[in-house]
Design a protein around this ligand. Structure first.
Ligand SMILES: Cc1ncc(COP(=O)(O)O)c(C=O)c1O
Length: 488
């Protein structure tokens, strides 16, 4: 079975069952819960020239001016050779931390540089927070759907994840409280609440101001930590920016810059480039110290080369004397706003009333919910094979892989307008074909729905199904009714 894999994007062959058997007794128990991130594996598809992939979480890296990249890399090479090629402090280089403080200030969040740790992407923050806080069986409360890249991390640490369904205004805090009450009755205290308040990945929605305030109050009343994952806050295409949970908590405490409940995750991936692999966490000191210890064990420090490069980027001035990075983000906002509009128009044109989708005010993603008869895990297999188009199936955003079956995540940032239009058109065609196939199985497309579901519920995952080499997701569908969220 072929699998495109790894960050190198090379094609790898998955180990055969008899090869695995030799090592089975050596693997730690936690590896049984490990699963591949649908998102990461989908990224390999982006390397195939014949596939239009709306699947990845990709920003458009071609927006980075090549001359700037070449000039700054040369500058790093000439002026900082020894420093850039050396190990650095685990918490990160002071110059890079200065850039982080600047980015956060641009979002109205003031932080103490001593409470920042530079990480190898925001992804490492999720991993380190779990490494620091989660014992097997510990509870994490997350949104439903949640970031598909967090799902394998939570699984690897054997967390019990409670997912709260989101709506157009993000996580409903009253529903969160119901879950927290239930957990309390069961004697379980969540280790943290994981939320992506801005332009949620994958939902595309933003947590309303009143909910942010209430979330902070609830966390304070119950002494709970929040992991605020905010890669997209600066990529806003309309509306006024909302304060981060970190800044709201600091304001509530009356200690600007210091929150004792919020662990904040940021990243340079979406405002500069994911290839830098640089992110950060801001955390209360005791937590920060543990994150630092965890990071020492993981990779000692993040790349000095890219940290030095980021510091050089932040020294640049743009045409009107403004920091260059801010102009770069402004250009991204203009570009992505246009692409978002293209995608929304293409959805309208190709799906009309037959689907619902979110209206993101920023970020990279639209969450689309199709006719409930369609299982997007199956649709992906069909769409890849017959149409050469890919997306992230909704189940990847659920830890149990059982919900979200009629939904999918589409990225509008990493593709040209033309590819967006063509990609959505192809998905529409595949969806119609899928409905037709269901109808022809039973003679009636309505009846097909329940009949197909009954078949699904009785059968194990189809052996050799085309999707099996992409994502191993269960096909049983216990909560088929996706929320309708057509907030136009
Ligand atoms: C919500 C969210 N968190 C974290 C990450 C990780 O980003 P990176 O490791 O590139 O900083 C991503 C990437 O897509 C994301 O969407």
């Amino acid at each position: 079975m072929k699998l495109s894999g790894g960050e190198g994007g090379g094609r790898r062959t998955r180990a055969a069952a008899h090869e695995l058997a030799r090592y089975e007794s050596l693997f730690a128990a936690r590896t049984r819960g490990m699963k591949s991130s649908a998102m990461r594996e989908m990224m390999a598809l982006t390397e195939q020239p014949d596939v239009i992939s709306l699947a990845g979480g990709l920003p458009d890296t071609s927006t980075f001016e090549p001359e700037m990249y070449a000039r700054l890399m040369a500058q790093v090479a000439h002026e900082s050779t020894a420093r850039a090629l050396q190990y650095g402090p685990t918490e990160g280089m002071a110059a890079t931390i200065g850039c982080i403080v600047e980015v956060m200030a641009a979002e109205g969040t003031h932080v103490d540089p001593a409470e920042v740790i530079v990480t190898t992407g925001g992804q490492q923050v999720i991993d380190l927070v779990c490494k620091t806080l989660i014992d097997p069986g510990d509870v994490i409360v997350a949104e439903a759907p949640t970031y598909p890249g967090a799902v394998p991390t939570f699984s690897a640490y054997q967390a019990h994840v409670e997912q709260i369904p989101i709506d157009d205004a993000g996580m409903p805090i009253d529903e969160l409280e119901v879950t927290l009450d239930r957990l309390q009755d069961e004697g379980r205290r969540p280790k943290f609440i994981y939320t992506i308040p801005n332009f949620q990945n994958p939902g595309g929605v933003t947590m309303a101001m009143a909910r942010r305030q209430r979330l902070i109050e609830v966390a304070r009343e119950r002494e709970l930590l929040i992991l605020e994952d905010n890669p997209y806050g600066l990529l806003r295409y309309e509306g006024a920016p909302l304060p981060t949970l970190h800044s709201l908590d600091a304001a509530a405490l009356g200690r600007p810059g210091a929150s004792d409940l919020v662990i904040y995750l940021g990243t340079f991936s979406k405002i500069l480039s994911p290839g830098l692999r640089l992110g950060w966490a801001v955390a209360p000191r005791p937590v920060l110290e543990k994150l630092n210890l965890g990071k020492q064990g993981a990779d000692l420090c993040s790349s000095s080369v890219t940290q030095t490069f980021v510091a050089a980027c932040f020294e640049q001035r743009g045409s009107d004397g403004e920091p260059w990075w801010r102009e770069h983000v402004e250009r991204l906002r203009t570009l992505y706003r246009g692409r978002r509009d293209t995608m929304l128009a293409a959805l309208e044109e190709n799906f009309g009333e037959s689907a619902s989708w979110t209206q993101p005010h920023g970020g990279l993603f639209v969450w689309v919910t199709l006719d409930e008869r369609i299982d997007t895990t199956d649709l992906l297999a069909l769409a890849r094979k017959t149409e050469g188009v890919a997306f992230v199936p909704g189940r990847a955003a659920y830890v149990d892989g059982r919900r979200g079956s009629s939904s999918m995540r589409l990225n509008f940032a990493g593709m040209s307008d033309q590819d967006i239009r063509e990609g959505v058109r192809r998905i529409g065609r595949a969806a119609r074909e899928q409905i037709g196939l269901l109808g022809s199985l039973t003679g009636s497309s309505r009846a097909a729905s329940s009949a197909q579901r009954a078949v699904d519920e009785d059968s194990a995952p189809a052996a050799g199904a085309p999707l099996a080499d992409v994502v191993a997701l269960p096909r049983r569908d216990e909560q088929p009714t996706a929320r309708r969220r057509r907030d136009r």
